[in-house]
Design a protein around this ligand. Sequence first.
Ligand code: IMP
Length: 190
Amino acid sequence: MLIFATNNQNKVKEINSILNGVIEVKSLKESGIEIDIPEPHQTLEENAREKSKTIYNLTQTACFSEDTGLEIFLLNGEPGVKSARYADDENNYLNNIDKVLKKLAGISDRSAQFKTIISLLINNQEFQFEGICKGTITETEIGTNGFGYDPIFIPDGSSKTFAEMTIEEKNIFSHRKKAVAQLVQFLKNR
Ligand code: IMP
């Protein structure tokens, strides 16, 4: 059993749909842990490590966390590690999307990528896995599924935004799916 160190129920849903029971995962909520995990660092890698270490130190149980950022090339990789709190101190999806669309107004190169870093902590040893999904930012929000920047991101190889897809469709393309696939492979090979 692995604890998934997140309070984001959207991520829990996605990870459960990807793992489909292959590995037993318990969210913080299901483990009875109530904690606001800090994300104080300047990189996804350090923040992911901070989250898994915090929960490992608390539980002494194998666990993993993930940190994800949307990187827009013409904005020098922004919002990147600041994706959750791009517009203000709140994790407000609508304000964050609004800020991205305003910054990209009139810009034709709208290429971007989502990057997920998973940090796994087992027996006090850390292992990281990366998943990248390349795509483009739309001009307006399209679709109501998913969370975060899903309504403005079309992955390469599709004509739909993530917010127009079911979780299963999103899993065909997603950064999170790619990182989790590596985690599963690693655990199988141990
Ligand atoms: P964090 O990994 O919890 O720090 O997430 C950062 C922010 O990135 C979230 O608040 C969401 O706004 C956004 N985000 C993370 N994963 C996704 C995704 O799969 N789709 C869209 N937005 C995402």
